[in-house]
Design a protein around this ligand. Structure first.
Ligand code: ATP
Length: 427
């Protein structure tokens, strides 16, 4: 049987403005990818009945599966049901069960359904109503001539639940089971080209088209993709993952699309029983902000200071004024003094410092924009470590790079200090 081809339509004028991003399509795309269904087009249409009907008709003609989200609410600008009826040439009928369910939901909230809500009980003739446990707008599944159209609500939280309940099982029985799965491996502070070179053996073994290297500010993501029936796919992904981890070694800070460096560092700090204090200049508290994003970080983070002026560096962190005078605020010596000072003043096991020039002004020939000095002091007995960097990009990127480097320095020190694992754990 030929592979199924899908299209996605996001409905809502707000999605055409700068106000809101169409994230529903991404959620639906992820589900299609998992079942190996090819997405051939996605588009956005505002709340305009004629345009909606035209687009739904075109998508229905060009694909086997059309996924529409949004425009199922009770208001005048919710036009998806009507447009789909016109596009498919079918009637809309009021479904008594759906109406009763809508009325029941309102009664449960101590309210009465308004006449507008009646609109939400209008169902395409022949369609199946899809329950919406998280909202009032029911979805619909219309099938004809081997093709299918799903209408989902726009609210992402409602769509997620309905897609899990109705679309996923539908895809399982209708797609050919050649699912696609992606696994993410993350590396910090290494150039994309270097990661790419390290993976040469994996490309040769598994095929370069299944391994994608994506660079961000101070973070490289390696995406491993496998397709095929469940067992075959999972085995291949496991083999690719093991090879990739071996090739990248301790450059890998985490796995999974959601994993962040701050999360990993907070976990390692907790495991080591160390506390952290930060002294930041050009990053304005970004490292502290990132660490405190992690739930439970109070166990490992004592606090941080933002010391923008030279005066405050000296007053709060015991940096000698002569040192600032002689070396400049953005220097190795000052970074070292800041890390030692914050550790001592805040009473933590380790202290991290950042001082740099984020730009766009303030650079010089010796210290251009992007120059950053970082230092890490502690735990007791360890030498103070210093790094100097010259980061590319605008202010935002330079700040992000700097915070990433500080966290990566910390991670490296934490893994170096980790007790060796028992022999049987070592692979
Ligand atoms: P409801 O009746 O529950 O309001 P609906 O189907 O009418 O559902 P919309 O009114 O189109 O949905 O959108 C509801 C909310 O969901 C809005 O805040 C909207 O911005 C958001 N939303 C709609 N479509 C998308 C999308 N594609 N991506 C992200 N958010 C979306």
């Amino acid at each position: 049987m030929p592979a199924m081809r899908a299209t996605i339509l996001a409905v809502g004028s707000e999605l055409l403005s700068t106000e809101r991003l169409d994230t529903n399509s991404l959620r639906l795309t992820a589900l299609l990818e998992r079942r190996g269904v090819e997405l051939i087009k996605k588009c956005i249409v505002g709340d305009l009945a004629s345009e909606l009907a035209r687009e739904i008709r075109a998508l229905w003609e060009s694909s086997d599966l059309v996924l529409v989200s949004g425009g199922l609410g009770p208001t005048a600008d919710d036009l998806t049901r009507e447009a789909a009826a016109v596009a498919l040439g079918v009637d809309l009928r009021e479904d008594p069960d759906t109406l009763a369910e809508i009325e029941r939901r309102f009664a449960a909230l101590g309210r009465r359904a308004s006449p507008n809500n009646r609109k939400q009980a209008a169902v395409l003739a022949g369609a199946r109503v899809l329950d919406n446990p998280n909202g009032t707008a029911p979805g619909q599944l219309f099938e004809r001539d081997g093709k299918a159209l799903f209408l989902f609500p726009g609210v992402p939280f409602e769509l997620d639940r309905m897609a899990a309940d109705a679309l996923v099982p539908w895809l399982e029985t209708h797609s050919d089971g050649v699912a696609r799965e992606t696994w993410t491996i993350k590396v910090a502070m290494r150039p994309e080209s270097e990661v790419d070179q390290s993976l040469a053996r994996a490309y040769a073994e598994f095929g370069g088209e299944w391994i994608t290297v994506l660079a961000g500010a101070g973070e490289v993501r390696v995406l491993l993709t496998a397709v095929g029936p469940d067992r075959q796919r999972q085995e291949r992904l496991r083999a690719m993952r093991e090879r990739t981890l071996a090739l990248l070694g301790d450059g890998v800070f985490g796995e999974g699309a959601e994993t962040t460096l701050e999360f990993v560092v907070a976990g390692l700090l907790a495991a080591a029983g160390w506390t952290l204090a930060t002294a930041e200049s050009c990053t304005g508290g970004l490292v502290a902000e990132r660490i405190t994003r992690v739930p439970g970080s109070s166990r490992v983070f004592v606090g941080g200071v933002v010391v923008y002026s030279n005066q405050l560096k000296c007053a709060l962190l015991d940096v000698a004024p002569e040192l600032v005078e002689r070396e400049g605020a953005v220097s190795e010596a000052v970074a070292r003094a800041m890390a030692l000072g914050v550790r001592k003043r805040l009473g933590s096991d380790v202290g991290v410092s950042i001082t740099g020039i984020a730009g766009p002004d303030g650079g010089s020939v010796e210290k251009p924009v992007g120059t950053v000095h970082l230092a890490l002091a502690g735990p007791p007995g360890a030498a103070v470590e210093h790094r100097a960097a010259r980061f590319p990009g605008n202010r935002e990127r330079i700040r992000m790079f700097a915070s990433q480097m500080a966290l990566e320095m910390l991670r490296r020190r934490l893994i170096a200090a980790r007790p060796a694992r028992p022999a049987e754990d070592v692979r």
